[in-house]
Design a protein. Structure first.
Length: 543
């Protein structure tokens, strides 16, 4: 479907809805803004950091099942729940919509004072089209499927179909129109459009429409974007284009070469255009932020062996060119290299949102690190309801700590005024420079004071540090010990004062003054493994 035909189709679909449902002013709705050299999400006009959790795939399909989950969320101090809305359940018959589950979800979230991020399980979920209604699944002639390289149909709707796009777009538009009318409290603060889009088991679709598009010229709007943004393009994409002589016209293999990488670039464009049309239709009715998540590939795995063409770093520019209605592209973590992937997703100073992370013992430390190291909008483990002892869950202790730091996170951006630290036995030390001082963070077990230090594995430790003045710092985290030195070699850094405490309604309430044994006679700041806290640090220097 061409861009012009998409615009015409969008107008035909949403115009009647706009007449019935005038737009609320955007400033009254959740939105993304630029402030203090970072992107922030605002809810009701105030900065909001998502301390979240994502439900397992089927939990939100029955509100009786959810009754035992809400108390767990409150016990872990979540302020945001990521919950699916299922196309097959809201439109069981074509054109007949049932929003009863959505209505119950809104009411309970509002009652619990928990914000919602809606996950639209529409055309694709983990690449597959398993949440489309039966009337779509059973009519392959009208709603064609993607083909693999052997021409075999897959459980994946092809994006090269007007009928597929318009069916999804109508359903999503109806959902957004319903939210606009029903969600007067701004409970829903963001939308995920589709879920972990990607092509399997081939790198690209071989549907006849896909083959025709692959042989055709690369769209002019994409070539213009690449030319205009050449200096900022990801090196993975730029190198492939330059290897062909940086042509400004030609088919996909003329422009990017003959490879699986080109197949992925091609699919990324068409997935992006499809998703953008849906997101744009929704925003025309209810303009709140939208994001798309990506299933991360592993090293040395070829496109098609992983879900090819989702918003991954190597094709991020293609998605940005093709889906301007999408505000954020976000990584889902089920593999290691947490820092490396986050660095890729924050290239060119982009905001970070981590909507999905495998629920494991590293979460509490990683949340500290993410909010310290990056301008992170939110953090959310998957299957949040799976915890057994919610009141004592380490993630909840981290969230209770991070909630106190909201004002500081807004005021002091990452890189210039704050940093994050992530440590384990293999990576037990990290240096941070902020202002005139260099900080050495070490894992608490490096002191050798705990018998557990002899174990083969150490619990993951994490922290953030915020510079609030020339000699003033706030350190929050778990399992760390920190030493300091002045960057001027002629000066010696000393501890003026360390206080532990809490921020209550944005104001510091001091607990203990951490002198003597607590700072090892002026040698370090320490937050032990198993403790989750905040300490204010004032340094001074002498010669």
């Amino acid at each position: 479907m061409t861009f012009l035909r998409q615009l015409i189709a969008l107008t035909l679909i949403i115009s009647p809805l706009l007449i019935r449902s005038p737009l609320t002013l955007a400033k009254e709705l959740p939105q993304l803004i630029q402030q203090n050299r970072q992107q922030l999400l605002t809810v009701d006009g105030k900065p909001f950091f998502m301390l979240g959790g994502e439900l397992g795939n089927s939990s939100a399909s029955n509100m009786d099942y959810m009754k035992d989950i809400w108390p767990k969320l409150k016990a872990m101090s979540l302020n945001t729940l990521l919950a699916p809305v299922y196309w097959e359940l809201i439109e069981p018959k074509e054109g007949e919509f049932d929003f009863s589950l959505v209505d119950q979800l809104l009411k309970e979230a509002e009652k619990q004072q928990i914000k919602l991020v809606i996950l639209w399980f529409g055309s694709w979920k983990n690449s597959m089209s398993c949440y489309v209604p039966a009337w779509v699944k059973r009519d392959q002639q009208r709603f064609p499927r993607a083909k693999d390289s052997q021409g075999r149909s897959q459980e994946i709707l092809t994006p090269f179909s007007d009928a597929n796009l318009m069916a999804d777009l109508k359903a999503y538009s109806a959902l957004m129109d319903y939210l606009h009318k029903k969600d007067k409290q701004h409970t829903v603060i963001m939308m995920q459009v589709e879920n972990e889009i990607g092509m399997l088991p081939s790198a690209r679709d071989y549907h006849p429409g896909a083959n025709k598009a692959f042989a055709a010229a690369v769209p002019t709007e994409l070539m213009q974007y690449l030319t205009q943004h050449q200096a900022q393009l990801a090196p993975e994409l730029l190198q492939r284009w330059q290897a062909q002589g940086s042509p400004t016209q030609g088919n996909w293999e003329d422009v990017f070469g003959k490879s699986l990488a080109t197949d992925e670039i091609f699919m990324a464009w068409h997935f992006a255009r499809f998703t953008n049309a849906i997101a744009a239709a929704g925003k025309a009715l209810h303009p709140i932020p939208a994001y798309v998540n990506a299933a991360l590939n592993r090293p040395n795995v070829k496109p098609g062996d992983y879900p090819s063409a989702g918003p991954l770093p190597q094709v991020m520019d293609i998605w940005q060119a093709g889906a301007p209605a999408i505000d954020i592209f976000a990584p889902d973590f089920y593999n290691p290299d947490f820092k490396a992937w986050n660095d890729l997703y924050t290239r060119n100073n982009k905001a970070l949102f981590i909507p999905e992370h495998h629920f494991d013992e590293t979460l509490a430390a990683k949340a500290f690190f993410a909010f310290g190291q990056y301008n992170t909008l939110g953090f959310s483990p998957f299957s949040i309801e799976s915890v057994e002892d919610a009141a004592n869950e380490p993630l909840g202790k981290t969230y209770r700590t991070l909630h106190q730091l909201t004002n500081l996170l807004v005021q002091y951006p990452a890189k210039t005024h704050r940093a994050g630290v992530l440590l384990d036995k293999q990576n037990s030390e990290q240096k941070v420079i902020l202002g005139d001082y260099e900080f050495t963070f070490r894992h608490d077990y490096t002191l050798g004071w705990s018998p557990a230090a002899k174990e083969d594995e150490w619990p993951t430790a994490g922290a953030l540090i915020i510079q609030t003045g020339a000699e003033d710092y706030v350190v929050a985290g778990t399992g760390i010990v920190v030493t300091f030195k002045n960057r001027n070699a002629d000066k010696i850094a000393g501890i003026d004062r360390i206080e532990e405490g809490n921020y209550v309604k944005g104001k510091w309430q001091r607990g203990r003054v951490m002198n003597g044994d607590q700072d090892h006679q002026g040698r370090h700041l320490r937050i032990e493994v198993g403790n989750y806290g905040i300490q204010q640090l004032k340094l001074y220097s002498y010669e």
